[in-house]
Design a protein around this ligand. Structure first.
Ligand code: B12
Length: 447
């Protein structure tokens, strides 16, 4: 048995603070392997290095595990980066204790070599951490000499994808801040969107948890912590195999009183599915529409048309289910014509919120990266610690941003730039609103 301190380094509060689910999953796996585990959240501590040092002194860990969720805020109009926070935390941990520091998390898995070197951590684990971290600790305990950088050999399946171990202290904080706790029903994404890191993070096939196990978690979190409000963090909740409907049916079968939200692909969901999900507690849907014209949807490799998104929007309105579209402008193939067409298309999206973004964050190993290298935006060896955004050579970004500002002017349900949305959310929070908040901006026609 080892003493292991898990630390969440995430200090992002955009769009709202989110429970460090990765840490909770790793905590469950290490506890299950017989270790004594404590969890520390840097955001909850008020970003207090002193509190972290005190916790290290009190707990005296044999190993520290640091989770790095975000690299940056994905907003080209107002960039904020987070690797520096992780580097500082590794420094603090090293100064406070001889325990080796192991790092992991989605941000780490996107840039493992660079982050391992930059933070100075002792070990880094790429990808799913639950089995790998247990194995690394075992190897270190046995005095073996594992490599510094460890990459998963295979993807986990079924109940190998561990149920999270939440702590009451963190639950209270995140419920108070954002009125929801997050949970995953499956991992992976089979879609080939050219800019996206999800398939490389979680694999390019869906790997589903047993619906009963997912709903057991919902029940347990309700019983143990009094939570009934959730966000399903799956890359795409509405998988075309219909696993999501099994989860929904299980919630209905157990007559759970829960409310939840999720991220959906705006394709192939009609009123019937929405009505079923609504009965099971769905109260809002975030739609990965991602582009606003058929030309740009195609060049992003989305595999659906704008009309598909329009149909899903109509079904949401008919069911009076608040939905929001997230749309990136400036990707490959964007031109003055597609911007105009996209803005005209957005006009057709009624009773919904639209969040627009300018430029697309480039991730290593994606087709967008290859294109950016070919177009001379960066080189294959460029550092990616500072975010680089793709903007189509066919467009002037300033002009495009002005078009967006102009089209969205005086509309509270159209948000650009992202920092403007953050300001609006802050105002609502001051009036004690909590949760997604964008769902409060939608009004439906009477009758
Ligand atoms: C769901 C999601 C959201 C939801 C969260 C809703 C909610 N209430 O939870 C929403 C839409 C709100 C959101 C917002 C944002 N997100 Co987000 N999100 C995701 C998504 C799809 C899943 C995250 C998740 O919960 N996974 C489930 C947990 C269990 O997995 P995990 O954390 O990866 O943990 C596993 C491993 O990483 C590892 N691990 C984790 N920690 C550790 C630690 C150690 C020591 C070890 C060994 C292993 C390990 O083991 C775990 C179990 O296998 C990921 C993409 C993805 N598919 O991973 C992006 C992702 C994490 N998000 C990202 C970003 C940028 C953001 C935002 C900053 C965007 C914005 N400006 O709004 C915000 C930040 C929010 C915040 N406060 O932190 C990026 C981060 C990379 C980057 N560019 O910085 C990702 C990777 C997507 C992407 N663009 O590639 N997000």
């Amino acid at each position: 048995m080892s003493r292991i301190l898990l630390i969440s380094s995430n200090v992002t509060t955009e769009p709202y603070p989110v429970y460090p689910l990765g840490v909770a999953v790793i905590a469950a796996a290490l506890t299950g392997a017989g270790h004594k585990v404590e969890q520390f959240d840097f955001l909850v501590s008020g970003r207090s290095e002193d509190e972290l040092k005190s916790r290290v002194a009190a707990f005296s860990p044999d190993y520290s595990c640091l989770s790095i969720r975000n690299l940056d805020n994905c907003d080209s109009t107002s960039v904020t980066g987070y690797p520096e926070v992780a580097r500082r935390l590794v420094e603090v941990l090293h100064s406070a204790s001889p325990a080796p520091v192991i790092i992991g998390g989605p941000a780490f898995s996107i840039l493992p070599e660079e982050l391992l070197a930059y933070t100075g951590a002792d070990y880094g684990i790429v990808g799913e951490g639950e089995q790998q971290v247990c194995e690394l600790v075992k190897n270190l305990q046995q005095g073996l000499n594992p490599p510094r950088l460890i990459r998963g050999k295979r993807l986990l399946v079924g109940e190998e994808m561990t149920s999270p171990l939440f702590t009451d202290e963190l639950i209270r904080f995140y419920l108070g801040e954002s009125d929801m706790i997050n949970l995953q029903t499956k991992r992976g994404c089979p879609h080939g969107c050219i800019y996206c890191s999800y398939p490389s993070l979680e694999g390019d096939r869906y790997r589903c948890r047993e619906p009963r196990a997912v709903v057991d978690d919902l029940e347990r979190i309700g019983t143990d912590h009094g939570v009934n409000s959730f966000f399903f963090t799956d890359s795409v909740f509405n998988d075309s195999d219909g696993h999501y409907l099994e989860v929904v049916e299980e919630i209905l079968r157990r007559e759970l009183t829960v409310r939840w939200c999720c991220y959906m692909r705006p394709e192939g969901i009609g009123r019937k599915e929405l009505a079923l999900m609504k009965r099971a507690g769905l109260y809002a849907a975030e739609l990965g529409t991602d582009a606003a014209s058929d030309t740009t949807l195609k060049s992003l490799g989305k595999g659906f048309t704008f009309n598909d998104a329009l149909e899903v929007n109509k079904a949401c309105v008919a069911e009076q289910l608040p939905c929001a579209h997230f749309i990136m402008f400036g990707g490959p193939g964007e031109s003055p014509e597609t911007v105009a067409e996209g803005l005209a298309n957005i006009e057709k999206l009624e009773h919904t919120v639209v969040f627009a973004f300018s430029g697309i964050r480039i991730y290593p190993g994606t087709p967008l990266m290859t294109l950016a290298v070919r177009e001379g935006l960066l080189s294959e060896t460029s550092s990616m610690l500072e975010p680089v955004y793709y903007t189509s050579p066919g467009i002037n970004q300033e002009w495009m941003n002005d078009q967006l500002l102009n089209a969205f002017k005086n509309r509270r349900d159209r948000v650009f730039p992202p920092a403007e949305g953050q300001k609006r959310l802050e105002v609502m929070r001051r009036f004690d609103y909590r949760g997604l908040l964008w769902d409060k901006l939608i009004r439906y026609p009477k009758g």
